[in-house]
Design a protein around this ligand. Structure first.
Ligand code: BGC
Length: 516
């Protein structure tokens, strides 16, 4: 056990609308989460990261916050939150909440006050408003991450306001001290309630280059795999975190910040992890990497080297609510699932922290064929369907083999339809079944607990598209190729294998851990 829990934890992302629905309205809620804490405890996770549950018009599934101190009635109320947190803590599970500081919802009282006030007023100074000179020409060439221009005009046509995401998500002006004070107060609100930390949404955003200069090219910037831009990864953002760190340190219980910071290198990402800033930053390099030994090894080496430089843990991720589920990224079907399990087993043997996205422990795939009329992601609608959007990884979890929502809720159609085939991937179908993905995750997480990595030393490759390493506690071999590779030389006692070994060979798309 390391000195700090967050240096080697397994953290499970709960996406509240799609996890469990207690009241039967077709959308998940906090009471649903509370009721499933025993499931998470049995899975063996150390903490939950909870995506937003705040009061919100839900135009970006809650990443458009109207009130940072209130629970959206669809999800429950503060009493439900406190009960859920108490149950999680009683089960030995910590809880990290999502903080969205780059933008508010346009329903937030600050933005409503800004619209009601005049240009140049203190109310408008909390956001980025600019005068309209030519109604056809926005103040700069920035494009919304969700498609279309990043500027929208006020109803009277006098000013533009900036929104890097949907037009219902105006960007806050972090040059304004009032914005800083408000977020410090929001941090304290949730810390006082007992949360164990915050996942910071768009942690590389917030600070904009002075004068809001054009980006190069046509102004289009991808969120995923982004490069530095006048609105992303500006050096000034680090000053904000230096004011937040002392606040969290005031509280007992080893609480943390984890950054969602899309940067163009592991080196720039590690800057967020300097000792007076944040504790973790998701490493999305493996989300972007093709399933190939050479790409995985490069991403692993780079993360380890850069994070060691700032004394921060590596933070491994394969899936979340913004990206295609990794079973599907790796080709789908049996092969995709086999590779996904191998990749997960690999992550669980790397030094550092592992994030698991709800449903991956069931082997869920991306739902690719959702009809346009049920899709809710603003990126789908703002691009006329050109960007398919993220609804396919947000489909409600199947808990039971049967029923209108496969046990997601007691009644009511789920907010996104589930594929019929998910009956076989439900918790009920997999629980206690040897060889199921769920039992594999449980076993892998349990085995990891007794074999915590202390480092990583590469061993000789067992094959062209395969690698092996010693993490100080076990020897791991991962085969990214399709042909079996010989592994007898790496150990004799198998601790866990994502697929059966045959004649001393590890099949393609599989991983094995040997006792040292
Ligand atoms: C969140 C997305 C969200 C966006 C805007 C992202 O980083 O993870 O789900 O749409 O920020 O808040």
């Amino acid at each position: 056990m390391s000195e700090h829990w967050w240096r080697d934890a397994v953290i499970y992302q709960v996406y509240p609308r799609s996890f469990a629905d207690a009241d039967g309205d077709g959308m998940g809620d906090l009471e649903g989460i509370r009721s499933r804490i025993p499931y998470l405890a049995a899975l063996g996770v150390d903490a939950i990261w909870l995506s937003p549950f705040y009061a919100s018009p839900q135009r970006d599934a809650g990443y458009d916050v109207a009130d940072y101190r209130a629970i959206d009635p669809r999800f429950g109320d503060l009493g439900d939150f406190d009960r859920m947190l108490a149950d999680a803590h009683a089960a030995g599970i910590r809880l990290i909440v999502d903080l969205v500081p780059n933008h508010t919802s346009s329903d937030h009282e600050w933005f409503q006050a800004a619209l009601a006030a005049a240009p140049g007023s203190p109310e408008r100074e909390r956001y980025h408003f600019r005068d309209v000179t030519d109604p056809e020409v926005p103040p700069n060439n920035w494009q919304s991450i969700f498609g279309g221009p990043a500027w929208t005009k006020t109803d009277d046509g006098a000013q533009w306001y900036l929104h890097l995401f949907d037009s219902s998500q105006p960007d806050l002006n972090w040059d304004n001290p009032e914005v800083h004070e408000e977020f410090k107060s929001v941090l304290r609100f949730w810390l006082d309630r007992g949360v164990d930390g915050f996942r910071i949404d768009v942690a590389h955003g917030m600070v904009k280059a002075p004068g809001l200069p054009d980006t190069g090219g046509d102004g289009t910037i991808e969120m995923i795999g982004t490069t530095q831009a006048p609105f992303f990864d500006q050096d000034g953002v680090h000053d904000i975190y230096r004011t937040w760190r002392p606040i969290i340190e005031e509280y007992e219980g080893d609480r943390i910040f984890v950054a969602e910071a899309w940067t163009d290198s592991a080196e720039r990402r590690s800057l967020y992890l300097r000792p007076d800033e944040l504790h973790q930053a998701f490493n999305f390099d493996l989300v972007l990497a093709p399933f190939r030994a050479v790409d995985f090894r490069k991403a692993i080496d780079s993360e380890i080297a850069n994070n060691a430089g700032v004394g921060a843990p590596c933070t491994w991720v394969l899936s979340n609510h913004d990206v295609q589920r990794h079973v599907t990224r790796y080709g789908g079907g049996e092969r995709g699932l086999a590779r996904a399990k191998a990749a997960t087993q690999l992550l669980l043997s790397l030094p550092g922290v592992v994030y698991v996205y709800q449903g991956e422990e069931l082997g869920l795939d991306e739902v690719l064929d959702l009809p346009a009329e049920v899709r809710q992601d603003p990126s789908f609608h703002r691009t006329g369907g050109e960007q398919i959007g993220r609804d396919g990884c947000r489909v409600p979890l199947p808990w039971a083999k049967e029923g209108v929502s496969l046990g997601f809720g007691p009644a009511g159609e789920p907010w996104l339809p589930q594929p019929a085939a998910w009956s076989d991937l439900s918790v009920e179908a997999e629980d206690g079944v040897p060889g199921s993905t769920l039992e594999f995750y449980r076993q892998a997480i349990a085995t990891r607990k007794g074999h915590k990595a202390t480092g990583l030393t590469w061993l000789a490759d067992p094959g062209e598209d395969a690698f092996a390493f010693d993490n100080g506690a076990l020897v791991a071999v991962v085969n990214f190729g399709d042909e079996p590779v010989p592994v007898a030389g790496y150990g004799t006692e198998v601790l866990l294998a994502s697929a059966d070994l045959a004649d001393g060979h590890l099949p393609g798309g599989a991983a094995v851990w040997f006792a040292k």
